[in-house]
Design a protein around this ligand. Structure first.
Ligand SMILES: [Zn+2]
Length: 362
């Protein structure tokens, strides 16, 4: 497993670099052809890296299970030279090792084990996508199509300190352009319309929409504007992130933001965006799968707990089409999207084994 993890971490896969992504997709197809006897499909993707589908088992009366993984990471090209793949004191480090190449390797080994020793009475499709870290614009439709015909989705995203994830907040974004008018800041500032002044008011309004007790958070995370210190700013752009626990909260928030009117009537506001990943809520069906996972955990002498998190994943899309989702079934470690990212190697075979048993028992 360490050898496989090293190989896939050593192919850098920033979500924006198609050439690199395609190399990783090719590697995964070759890996599957060599180590699995499944049907392998490289799904061409014009706008991002190619996606990979691995299908084991046969169609039976049981609906297929969908396993989700992504091979892109948030790390830009060249990160490997700064943070090379390394193993020491029972942990592995390297870009994307925890989110989620560790989980990806666990999933591949679970399939290998299932093919070799397990009982297969249905079709299982593992979909490995290329742009999860950007919100899955190019693979969303593919994921939804496969989710609709599946019994449940099992997502190999990192665990939360070993806990699986049964609820995720919905995530959205807004981009707000504030358009004013430039003028000389000293000679005739009254002829200008300061976009930054208006942006400041909009920022304070947006921040006031936070409702932590309801699980709604909204934050202006980027601000750009102005040209020079002696020119009244004719433009400012705000990048806004929001998270919601329910669809109703999302609708309320989107309505409030979309109806913002400028304080200064000479300013024009262009507001775009909305909910990208709908919230994934814990359902009765999720609970049933969780109980099975817990029982399997006990077989291996470990306790499986669940939690709700603020971060989204492709699990959100599957929940939105109405199938149960158990997420966070991947690596145990810490530091997703952070410099100290690591994966606990001792947990990798254990988690792969639990995952393989889950594929059998569902
Ligand atoms: Zn991830």
């Amino acid at each position: 497993m360490i050898r496989d993890l090293k190989a896939i971490v050593n192919i850098e896969t920033p979500s924006t670099e198609k050439k690199l992504l395609d190399q990783a997709a090719d590697y995964l197809v070759k890996y599957a052809e060599k180590n699995l006897s499944c049907e392998t499909e490289l799904i061409e993707n014009v706008n991002s890296g190619n996606n990979v589908s691995l299908r084991i088992g046969k169609d039976t009366v049981k609906k297929p299970l969908l396993v989700l993984a992504h091979y892109d990471t948030v790390w830009s090209k060249g990160t490997l030279s700064r943070i090379p793949f390394s193993v020491s004191d029972g942990v592995a480090r390297g870009p994307g090792v925890f989110d989620m190449k560790g989980g990806l390797v666990q999933g591949l080994w679970a399939l290998r084990s299932l093919e070799e020793y397990g009982k297969q009475d249905r079709r299982i499709e593992m979909l490995i996508t290329s742009d999860e870290e950007l919100g899955s614009d190019s693979s969303k439709e593919l994921i939804e199509t496969r989710a609709k015909i599946s019994e449940a989705a099992l997502v190999l995203e990192p665990s939360q300190d070993g806990k699986v994830k049964t609820a995720r907040k919905g995530i959205g974004e807004f981009s707000i352009n504030v358009i004013g008018k430039a003028a000389h800041a000293g000679l005739e500032p009254w002829k200008g319309v300061n976009a930054i002044e208006e942006a400041a008011r909009v920022i304070l309004f947006l921040q006031s929409l936070n409702r932590i007790e309801k699980g709604t958070t909204i934050n202006v995370c980027t601000v750009n504007g102005g040209t020079r210190t002696n020119v009244i700013a004719d433009r400012a752009t705000l990048g806004v992130d929001f998270r919601v626990a329910s669809e109703a909260e999302a609708n309320k928030l989107v309505k409030s933001v979309m109806s913002i009117k400028p304080n200064n009537p000479s300013v024009k506001l262009e507001i775009s965006g909305g909910l990208n990943r709908p919230p994934m809520q814990k359902t009765y069906e999720t609970e049933r799968i969780l109980e099975i996972a817990k029982t399997i955990g006990l077989e291996f002498g470990t306790t499986i707990e669940d939690c709700a998190v603020g971060g989204g994943s492709d699990g959100n899309f599957c929940a939105a089409v109405g199938i149960p989702v158990l997420d966070g079934l991947g690596a145990v470690g810490n530091g997703a999207h952070a410099e100290n990212e690591f994966v606990d190697l001792n947990q990798m075979p254990l988690r792969a084994a639990i995952f393989e048993r889950l594929l059998e028992e569902l």
